[in-house]
Design a protein around this ligand. Structure first.
Ligand SMILES: [Fe+2]
Ligand SMILES: [Fe+2]
Length: 184
């Protein structure tokens, strides 16, 4: 999907508009200090997912699918909010995959008054790891956007690790190269 700079800026504006209370919340602030997917933070990831979801939802609306942009944006901004709970982010990653969507749904309802559609999207965004799929289009848009952004982030993470490993091997080659000059 080709996106122009103008479309991207418009999507960011929509995310800031529908998610202004979330973006200004303590929860979101907390997420800025939690590393996610090796190269980003929970909050930055959620913002990128929301922008991506906004673009996908726009395409769906153009094709006359009925989906609320507000629900899509809020579900995306809150989908990983469960990670900001200490007992979730400190648990094993295999357990986290199941617990953070449920914790996220609970936080979204209690702290942000999330609609049933938003709660459903958050609770089932880890499909197919969590076997129950979402019941609404907003949930499917969230899944697609989350996976698109996660793939991008994991690729970045791999690249930066490869670069670091390259630097290390260069350093060790230099060290090996100069070792012949080392006093015996
Ligand atoms: Fe997640
Ligand atoms: Fe995510």
């Amino acid at each position: 999907m080709k996106i122009s700079k103008k479309q991207l800026e418009e999507a960011k504006r929509i995310v800031r508009y529908y998610g202004r209370d979330i973006l200004a919340s303590k929860r979101f602030e907390r997420g800025k200090h939690i590393t996610h997917h090796g190269v980003t933070t929970v909050s930055r990831h959620c913002f990128h997912v929301a922008v991506q979801a906004c673009l996908f939802a726009g395409k769906a609306q153009e094709r006359e699918f009925s989906v609320s942009m507000r629900d899509v944006v809020r579900a995306a901004l809150l989908h990983d909010v469960g990670m900001t709970e200490k007992r979730v982010f400190k648990s094993l990653s295999c357990k986290k995959a199941y617990t953070h969507p449920w914790m996220g749904g609970k936080i979204a309802a209690e702290e942000f008054g999330a609609s049933p559609i938003v709660q459903d999207a958050i609770r089932h965004h880890m499909w197919p790891i969590c076997v129950i799929p979402p019941r609404h289009l907003a949930g499917w848009i969230l899944i697609l956007s989350d996976k698109t952004c996660a793939r991008r982030e994991f690729r970045k993470c791999k690249e930066s690790r490869r670069k670091k490993a390259g630097t290390v091997s260069k350093i060790s080659t230099c060290t090996l190269g100069s070792s012949k000059d080392a006093p015996t």
